[in-house]
Design a protein around this ligand. Structure first.
Ligand code: FES
Length: 103
């Protein structure tokens, strides 16, 4: 497969109006997405795209992202998670199981 991006990251930022229903989005997730974008940009790594996404229909496992072309799902809750993804996965193409979401 020939992907346009080396890694295309979809960060669920969906926030439901109904507070009783679980959703990924909110200030913290918006902050984490911006943090990730800035950190990737500052690192000079090319070919990585970080997009927002609406609900990816796995709300109970969030907050989360999915990365293509591999199609791996990751739970992200803080800056250390983002740092780990960038250092291990974006740069080295390896990832510890810590953040992986099972199918
Ligand atoms: S709100 Fe994020 S997967 Fe549904």
């Amino acid at each position: 497969m020939n992907s346009f991006y080396k890694k295309h990251i979809f960060f669920c930022t969906n926030q439901r109006k109904d507070k009783n229903k679980r959703s990924c989005g909110g200030e913290e997730v918006n902050y984490l997405r911006s943090y990730m974008k800035e950190k990737i940009k500052a690192s000079g790594i090319k070919g990585i795209r970080v997009n927002t996404a609406g609900c990816l229909n796995r709300c109970k496992k969030g907050p989360l992202m999915v990365i293509y072309p591999e199609g791996i799902w990751l739970k992200v809750t803080n800056k250390q998670d983002i740092d780990l993804i960038i250092e291990e996965y974006i740069k080295e193409n390896k990832l510890s199981k810590k953040l992986l979401i099972s199918n």
